[in-house]
Ligand binder design. Sequence first.
Ligand code: PRP
Length: 191
Amino acid sequence: MFEKAGFECPSIKEESRKLIFENEEKGVRYFWVKPSDVAIYVERGAADLGVVGKDILLEYRPDVYELLDLKTGNCSMAVAAKKGFTDDRNRTLTVATKFTNVAKAYYSSLGRDIDIVHLNGSIELAPILGLSDVIVDIVETGTTLKENNLEVVEKFVPISARLIANKANFKFKSEMIEKVKRSLQEQTEKA
Ligand code: PRP
């Protein structure tokens, strides 16, 4: 999408372990970071723009501008459990997740008491091994749940990739940022 917007950077397509790729002529530099770190680089101004999942924005609430829904990387934030699970509301529900804040906000909106188990990955293991009653995680195709005998209880937020901007740099580089945004927006509208 950035290439189509006129900000191509051929070196990024080469097989390598490099993290930074630059096209001086176009005045653009890209770098790879972990999905959960994108908003940190943008919030602190190390990057002017970032592409990040809405899940990360909901979880960490970084102080950045969310400029555009890129309408790609579509998935859902969902509650899932072992097949046939029913919630006994007389007991505290144990919830395993990477998305602690998202899970707390969701269950608080339902007035449901929960006990959070924070995990960093392979969340699907938790209900199978009795570490939690349910999980709150991202579901895309549903294959991971299915292959681990789990099922969706409820999908509660649609997730997709977003274009974000550093607040101060947005003012100083508004012309270029608006140009990128306009082109990406046109592409999402055509898709
Ligand atoms: C995510 C999520 C699920 C999986 C869902 O994991 O945590 O495990 O994708 O996708 P599916 O519905 O298409 O099977 P990710 O690949 O981001 O890795 P993670 O374990 O580091 O979260």
